[in-house]
Design a protein around this ligand. Sequence first.
Ligand code: NI
Length: 186
Amino acid sequence: MAIKRICKYGEKILAKKARKVEAQELKRILPGIISDMFETLDAVGGVGLAANQIGLDLCLAVIKIKKEEEEDLRIVLINPELTEKSGVMTGEEGCLSLPGLFARIKRFSKVKVRALNEKGLPIEVNAEGLFSRALQHEIDHLDGILFIDRLPFMTRLKLKPALMKLKRRWKKMDESKLPRGKEAGM
Ligand code: NI
């Protein structure tokens, strides 16, 4: 198990649609990758992480949502697909690939997602609230889309100076060298 460096905004892999995971990869390579992804997520205190964020061209994401009175929700999504969506919600979003940057993003309020779990079995999840937002954010990552791509042009333009300033800081960031971080995002 290892904490991985997270790719930052501007790195090409983040803008590329991820390759579908194939059946023979499930047992061979995924268990190690999935545990590294959860470890990385725990180390930075994030909600979700897509494989391309740690430099792997694989259609795979993990989500972890803290629950107050029950066990944390931990889910592995292999080749996920958004099959149903409805409603609208707007809320603040961040991303581990753009740490320190937050913006209000419009999302579907309810979604249904089909995927394979870590055992390669088909699953279907219905989500709303933060879970729904996280699912849409991670599926976007796997399609090469970042949350700022969802912003209206003028808002993105206004964010540009902050983005440029943060970019200099991101160059020096390497999560694999940090025992525990404090920044939260997706
Ligand atoms: Ni993200």
